[in-house]
Write a protein that binds this ligand. Structure first.
Ligand SMILES: [Zn+2]
Ligand SMILES: [Zn+2]
Length: 169
């Protein structure tokens, strides 16, 4: 479970285990696409009056697009999360802590799952380090071979050459 009852936490650390589907409302509004459920593990424990520390793990697969050639790319995500949940009213101002309602009877670790994903999912990926991308003129995938467009440097020289012609007369 990704909600842990405070009464269980009073007895000792509790394992957090769960899977969140890509279409879970928790992930609404993210600017990347989950290709697989997010597998969550870890454990939550009390660290003082109304304070709980979660050491969690996340694993999933995100589908992205190569920023050079636009080919679909699968991005494996695997991350460790450390998050503090607190019922203390001071936690409202602490950017490091997730505030909990003083009346809460459980801790929901899912907001920390979402936040960690936002932090760790890379937005600019490449299908491979030496991807040649698409030709900016004809759009052909240059990984499949040259397209026949003149290289851009030659175009620049051609423009210079035609300028030279203009100044000649
Ligand atoms: Zn590529
Ligand atoms: Zn081309």
């Amino acid at each position: 479970m990704l909600h842990v009852d405070l009464r269980d936490l009073a007895r000792g650390p509790v394992e957090t285990k769960g899977e969140l589907a890509p279409d879970d409302p928790l992930f609404q509004g993210l600017d990347f696409t989950l290709a697989q459920p997010v597998v969550v593990g870890g454990r939550l424990q009390a660290t003082g009056e109304g304070r709980f520390y979660w050491h969690g793990t996340l694993k999933t697969l995100v589908s992205g697009e190569c920023r050079r050639c636009l080919k679909p790319v699968s991005i494996p995500i695997s991350s460790d999360v450390g998050a503090l949940f607190s019922q203390d009213s001071d936690a409202q101002d602490d950017p490091e802590a997730y505030p909990l309602d003083p009346e809460a009877d459980d801790v929901d670790v899912r907001p920390a799952v979402r936040e960690e994903l936002v932090l760790v999912v890379p937005r600019f990926v490449e299908c491979r380090a030496d991807c040649r991308g698409l030709c900016p003129r004809c759009g052909k995938d240059l990984n499949a071979g040259a397209c026949g467009c003149p290289p851009t440097t030659d175009l620049r020289w051609a423009a210079l050459a035609s300028l030279k012609d203009k100044f000649r007369d």
